[in-house]
Design a protein around this ligand. Structure first.
Ligand code: ADP
Ligand code: TRP
Length: 332
């Protein structure tokens, strides 16, 4: 039995890209009864973002992520779902790991390096806007992973480097103090598509082009109508290549249901009609889930009870790993 662990940062309202690229794959994965699952909201990670920290809505966003996972069908019996800040052992462990992490390793971490390069290009101080939370981010992430004896970490490609750093830290500790940590491997699903936003670029809150996962039906309709499309005369076939509307159909429909959609594109039924159909398709998929989501948020007793129950379980497990590390590092 392997432990599969992943974290999601509460840094904004969830959108369709988060749903199809991260949440749905994680839930689908957890249907395999042969493994154990630990999914958590990485709320301390969100704090290194100055704008988000200032907004002060991290707890609210955390609840929304929990509600989304539960409404989308996560089996909370099989999967431990928890909040990072509920587990003080993680931050404590990160302090021990830091002593085994060279600064050079963190200088090369993408998020930090990109910020420095950006500053240099703009003739600013290289470390402008860099807080130590951001710089140490990969060490906290290593603690998230190692403290739970994780085997597999499903993540997007951009996170691969963080898993490599985690392995480096774990290897360095194991080679000095004995086999304390498992060496986790990243699992990257190459088939997961990058969902485009309403302007054709990757859907991302940084581009302001998102379609929220849970909004009212009316808002969803409006958002779909807003998708930028070429003006093509009625009756003219609509190209599927590079079409955002087509890509969204593909993301939500099974292969056999795409046959009819392809016909409609070829027949040139017009983008207005295609968008209406797309709305029906997406709304059908999300209808019940949306109801459940808002119900869970309206009375958060269920969400709170799961987080509370798992807090104890995870703290206990994390404490034994932390005790082992402390013992080896302080007493050997
Ligand atoms: P954003 O780009 O909106 O800031 P995040 O970086 O917080 O989103 O992404 C959270 C998770 O959702 C990551 O696992 C990421 O790979 C996934 N994700 C985000 N946008 C998309 C997208 N457009 N298509 C597929 N997956 C996405
Ligand atoms: N860094 C991840 C992201 O930006 C989130 C995350 C934090 C994470 N800790 C983790 C993912 C541990 C996997 C395992 O998406």
């Amino acid at each position: 039995m392997k432990t599969v662990l992943t974290g999601i940062k509460p840094t904004g309202e969830l959108h369709l890209g988060n749903y199809l690229g991260a949440i749905k794959p994680a839930i689908d994965l957890s249907h395999d009864k042969n493994n154990k699952y630990a999914y958590f909201v990485a709320d301390i990670h969100a704090l290194n973002n100055d704008a988000i920290r200032k907004e002060g809505a991290i707890n609210e966003l955390t609840k929304k992520i929990a509600a989304a996972f539960f409404a989308l069908g996560l089996d909370t019996e099989r999967c431990l779902f928890y909040k990072q800040s509920d587990i003080p052992q993680i931050t404590e462990m990160s302090m021990y790991l830091m002593n085994e992490t060279s600064k050079g390793l963190l200088n090369r971490a993408h998020a930090y390096k990109a910020k420095v390069q950006d500053n240099v290009a703009n003739h600013f101080d290289p470390d402008k806007g860099v807080n130590m939370g951001l710089f140490n981010y990969p060490v906290l992430m290593a603690a998230d992973i190692l403290i739970m004896d994780t085997d597999i970490v499903p993540v997007g490609k951009d996170q691969l480097q963080h898993i490599e750093i985690t392995r480096d830290i774990a290897q360095s500790i194991n080679s000095q103090y004995g086999e304390i940590f498992k060496l986790p491997v990243a699992s990257i699903d190459e088939t997961t598509m990058v969902l485009p936003g309403n302007d054709g670029r990757k859907m991302s809150k940084s581009y302001g082009n998102t379609i929220p996962l849970f909004s009212t039906e009316k808002q969803l309709y409006k958002n779909i109508m807003k998708i930028k499309t070429d003006s093509i005369a009625l009756g003219e076939p609509i190209p599927t290549e590079g079409s955002v509307v087509y890509t969204l159909f593909k993301a939500f429909l099974a292969e056999h249901d795409m046959v009819e959609v392809k016909k409609q594109f070829a027949a040139g039924v017009g983008y207005g009609n295609l968008k209406k159909l797309l709305y029906e398709v997406i709304n059908n998929d999300l209808n019940d889930k949306r109801l459940k989501y808002f119900e869970l948020l309206e009375d958060p007793t269920y969400i709170d009870s799961i987080l509370e129950k798992n807090k104890e379980i995870v703290r206990n497990q994390a404490q034994s790993k932390l005790d082992l590390l402390k013992d080896k590092m302080l007493n050997h």
